[in-house]
Design a protein around this ligand. Structure first.
Ligand code: GLU
Length: 390
């Protein structure tokens, strides 16, 4: 097994996610010395040529405290109001900590659809790249004040995984109140075994997730494991580590043995990374023949599509499912109403049915990203094909 230094030796861009419980460090308010220490470690990493982006939680908790209110369970408006109060205090605190290092910070508030729409995703990435080029540390949080359920990431573990995958980061560090992954919940199982390295996030690893361990944040181990999956699929390593570990931000980024590392799959293209991370606008179901073509990295023709659900425009990302399992995501060459009309038909009939023809394929192969399960199948398929040829 490669060492941590070997795995993380070439890390250049790091996203650090800091949860509410980490920011509070066991107190009932924001812990400025912790933020100062993060800023100091980020400064050191930057001196060594690394780029650092931050995803911070804490807006809601800080806002509630400042307003002196305690919301009822599921009382959304007061939390959203609190987020808008807390976010500005939070940024002020980050700004103060980074100022001590002579570093400027930028606030980026996000919703899920920012990364689902290719144009706003590109704009966002341009902003991030420009900030980094100018030595500014981008600090992300979800735009809780405006988010409604459908467009919420829900927790900053997921948000940070999307940010890491979409900004082509090499490493995501999730700082938490737990020091990494255990084979069972260490709070209730004294014999739980610590897992330093996860090379493949399979069902047995997902089963180690259990329930949330933190009382103030919204993410638990399950959301962290899902975040690890998003990162791994995007070619980004991820580490879960305790925010209380000495020099944790610096040490994780330079490959010291801290926390649990989830080793990324091979590098994949930027466009496919974007497709995988995009929020799907609909779904198409395909038949077995089309699935086979997909797994051989061929385009998807309308003839193989058995059902179209949801409303989407040409150019939007949709899920591609076979026998109820989502096996890929892709950018569709047709909108949902056009696609419904040509589904099951041969490409030669497209013009007759629609009166025009945009493309022979419903999804061109360049616009299809196979998901983890199907990628494995595809490797197996090509292996068995090459066996036949031999
Ligand atoms: N966006 C939330 C906040 O700033 C945090 C969500 C989370 O805890 O993951 O309060």
């Amino acid at each position: 097994m490669p060492t941590r230094k070997e795995i993380l030796g070439s890390v250049e861009r790091v996203v650090v996610k800091i949860g509410t419980s980490s920011l509070m460090q066991g107190t009932d308010s924001i812990h400025q010395p912790f933020m100062d220490s993060v800023a100091e470690q980020v400064a050191r990493l930057r001196d060594e040529g690394k780029e650092v982006l931050i995803v911070t939680s804490g807006a809601i908790g800080i806002g509630l405290k400042a307003m002196g209110v305690v919301p009822k369970p599921n009382e959304i408006p007061i939390r959203q109001a609190a987020a808008s109060v807390g976010q500005s205090i939070l940024m002020q605190k980050w700004s103060e900590s980074f100022q001590k290092q002579g570093i400027l910070v930028a606030q980026i508030l996000m919703t899920l659809d920012n990364y689902s729409d290719r144009e706003s995703a590109l704009n966002l990435n341009n902003t991030v790249e420009t900030l980094l080029r100018n030595g500014v540390v981008p600090i992300f949080n979800e735009n809780d004040a405006v988010c409604i359920k459908e467009i919420k990431f829900g927790d900053n573990d997921t948000l940070s995984a999307i940010v890491a995958s979409r900004t082509d980061a090499d490493l995501l560090v999730l700082l938490s109140d737990i020091d990494g992954l255990y084979d069972k919940d260490p709070h209730s199982n004294p014999d739980a075994r610590f897992i330093p390295t996860v090379e493949r996030i399979d069902e047995s690893v997902m089963a180690m997730g259990g329930r949330s361990s933190t009382s103030v944040g919204t993410g638990g181990m399950v959301t962290k494991l899902s975040a690890a999956k998003i990162c791994s699929d995007a070619g980004c390593h991820m580490i879960i580590a305790s925010s209380t570990a000495y020099g944790v931000v610096y040490r994780t980024a330079v490959g010291d043995d801290v926390g649990t590392v989830f080793v990324a799959e091979a590098e994949i293209s930027k466009k496919r990374r974007w497709i995988k991370a995009a929020h799907p606008s609909g779904r198409v179901s395909i038949d077995k023949g089309a699935e086979k073509a997909l797994l051989s990295h061929r385009s998807l023709l309308p003839v193989g599509i058995t059902e179209v659900s949801g409303t989407f425009a040409k150019g939007e990302v949709v899920e591609i499912a076979s026998e109820g399992n989502v096996v890929a995501k892709g950018i569709c060459s047709y909108g949902s109403s056009e696609l419904s009309k040509i589904a099951g038909k041969h490409s030669a009939e497209i013009e007759k049915v629609l009166g025009y023809r945009v493309h022979d394929d419903a999804f061109i192969s360049d616009n299809i990203a196979l998901l983890r399960y199907s990628r494995r199948m595809s490797i197996e398929t090509s292996l068995s094909c090459s066996n036949v040829q031999v």
